[in-house]
Every structure is written in C-alpha cells, then in structure tokens.
Design a protein around this ligand. Structure first.
Ligand SMILES: [Zn+2]
Length: 78
C-alpha cells in the first residue's frame, strides 16, 4: 500500500464524499476503506473538510479550516 495506491484512490474518495459516484463504484470505495487504514483516514478527513466548508459557507474561511484539519489529520497518520 504505497503512495501511488493512495493517490489512485484519492480522486474516488473525493467523489464518494461529494456523492458523485455511481452506486457500484461507491460500494467499491466503501469496501476498500474497510480494508485500507490510509484511505479510511483520508475519507474521514474529506468528510470533515466538507462539513467544515459547508458550515463556514465562504471559500476563504473554508481554506483556513481545511488547513487546520489537514494539520490535525497529520497527527492521525500512520
Ligand atoms: Zn487505500
């Protein structure tokens, strides 16, 4: 499970969080994160970013929140 693997899944995770994936692909993402701690952590982070951005409502404030969450998420990493 290297960095390349992680990058391949990242785009799908973003689509998953945004609800843009077809059901079959969303199911595959769900199955993958159940097995992959890296992607599970990334998915959790994306969920939090989406929530923070939605609450703050502005793009500028959202970026500050994302930065804070990214920094916090770095401590959760393996
Ligand atoms: Zn993964």
């Amino acid at each position: 499970m290297g960095a390349l693997h992680h990058r391949l899944w990242q785009g799908r995770l973003q689509g998953f969080v945004d609800g843009e994936l077809p059901p079959a692909r969303a199911a595959r993402v769900r199955a993958h994160v159940a097995d992959c701690p890296d992607c599970a952590a990334e998915l959790e982070l994306l969920h939090r970013m989406k929530g923070a951005i939605g609450r703050l409502g502005t793009r500028y404030a959202g970026e500050a929140a994302v930065e804070r969450l990214r920094r916090r998420a770095e401590h959760l990493g393996p």
